[in-house]
Design a protein around this ligand. Structure first.
Ligand SMILES: *Cc1c(COP(=O)(O)O)cnc(C)c1O
Length: 400
């Protein structure tokens, strides 16, 4: 018999009942340190009083009004996001894939408005992840995600990540822009090479095409800046954000510079839920914390402490973990054992992590952690490595 929930996920057999800070508790009473944060989403951890109160108070007033009317919570959030970023205006929606759809539509529409309707193609990168809608599996380009879903949506080219020559060679008169993650999250926590984003900016300027940055995973403070592209010192034309932006409440955004945002005239794009009062109340509460005095500087210190501790972890267990890479509080451990096994062993050690591509174990803790939580995570990763080593030794003994 099939379960009532569709079987499209491989779920661990754990149900969580409640959480506090970076800790989350299962129904059976076990306690876990959450270094997955619901896939880089629960940015303020669990039970954050300011976020909980903002959501509860807004829910009691009004949950939904539609975009037929003004939404002051959205106006406030957009004003704060534009003041804190490159962007001149913001479109709100509900998921990362939807934000990327809006981003690609805005790119195409910009060229259309500028008299170049033929510029529809977006250059994407091998190893990317942009979401699961029909167009975004095509932007992602991973054969596994495309299989069985018909002809890929046209208009996406793929070149190797961090390969500027390949980007240059892929540009044609039909190119609308480039879509890039500052760190490929799902693809294995692979950061852009130094200078890569700045060079993409330059290429876009040379060809009058648009630089789009998918900050669904890297944005909203995850790397120590509000947006990861800030580390490269560049101004993109358009950016997508989601995951951490609502602290776990569904919310996403497309942030655009004036050149792009004026292309989306009334009637060109929309969503029923997007930018509603409740989601934007959550978004404003998250921003209160993330843009609070000293928060991102503190996060950067914690991230450096985590990174150094992970490097020592790799040095202690080179037979299990072979490298660490990432940016800020998005770090990946390259595994010498299957990363699914590493994720399961970490779970047994009471640590939530997320497997990523390229056999990487991803760590994306809530942004509110400090060195105490880092130390605790490292203890559990040491246990994880010991358990994996014991299992490896056992299976090698059995094979011999
Ligand atoms: C998770 C993710 C997406 C898709 O977001 P959804 O909310 O699952 O649609 C897109 N891009 C990146 C970089 C992501 O990490």
């Amino acid at each position: 018999m099939i379960a009532a929930l569709m079987p499209n996920y491989n779920r661990a057999d754990i149900a969580f009942s409640h959480g506090a800070g970076a800790w989350i508790f299962a129904e059976d009473g076990r306690r876990y340190l959450d270094f997955g944060a619901g896939i880089a989403t629960s940015s303020l951890g669990h039970g954050h009083k300011h976020l909980v109160r903002a959501i509860a108070e807004q829910a009691a007033r009004v949950i939904h009004v539609s975009n037929l009317y003004r939404v002051p919570q959205a106006e406030a959030l957009a004003a704060r996001l534009t003041a804190a970023s490159f962007a001149d205006s913001v479109f709100f929606c509900n998921s990362g894939a939807e934000a990327n759809e809006g981003l690609v539509k805005a790119m195409r529409r910009t060229h259309y408005e500028e008299g170049h309707p033929e510029r529809t193609e977006v250059i994407c990168f091998e190893g990317a992840f942009h979401g699961r809608t029909l167009a975004m599996i095509s932007a992602t380009g991973n054969a596994k995600y495309l299989e069985g879903f018909g002809t890929p949506v046209p208009g996406f080219a793929h070149v190797p990540y961090n390969d500027l020559e390949a980007v240059r060679a892929a540009i044609t008169p039909r190119t609308a822009g480039i879509l890039v993650e500052p760190v490929q999250g799902e693809g294995g926590v692979r950061p852009a090479a130094p200078g890569f984003l700045a060079a993409l900016r330059q290429i876009c300027d040379e060809h009058n095409i648009l630089l789009g940055i998918d900050e669904v995973q890297t944005g909203m403070g995850r790397t120590g800046k509000l947006f990861a592209h800030e580390w490269a010192g560049i101004k993109p034309d358009i950016v997508s954000a989601a995951k951490g932006i609502g602290g776990g409440f569904p919310l996403a955004a497309v942030l655009a510079s004036e050149r792009v945002d004026t292309s989306l005239k009334p009637g060109t794009h929309g969503t029923t839920y997007g930018g509603g009062p409740l989601a934007c109340a959550a978004g404003n509460a998250v921003l209160d914390i993330v843009l609070g005095e000293g928060f991102l500087a503190q996060l950067t210190d914690t991230a450096a402490y985590l990174r150094a501790a992970l490097e020592r972890l790799v040095a202690r267990h080179p037979d299990i973990f072979t490298a660490v890479r990432g940016l800020g509080l998005l770090q990946g451990l390259k595994c010498a054992v299957p990363n699914g096994q590493a994720q399961a062993a970490a779970l047994s050690a009471g640590l939530l992590t997320v497997a990523a591509g390229d056999n990487v174990l991803r760590l994306a803790p809530p942004l509110i952690i400090g060195t105490v939580e880092v130390d605790e995570a490292i203890t559990r990763l040491d246990e994880t490595a010991a358990a994996l080593r014991a299992a490896k030794t056992n299976s090698e003994a059995n094979a011999a």
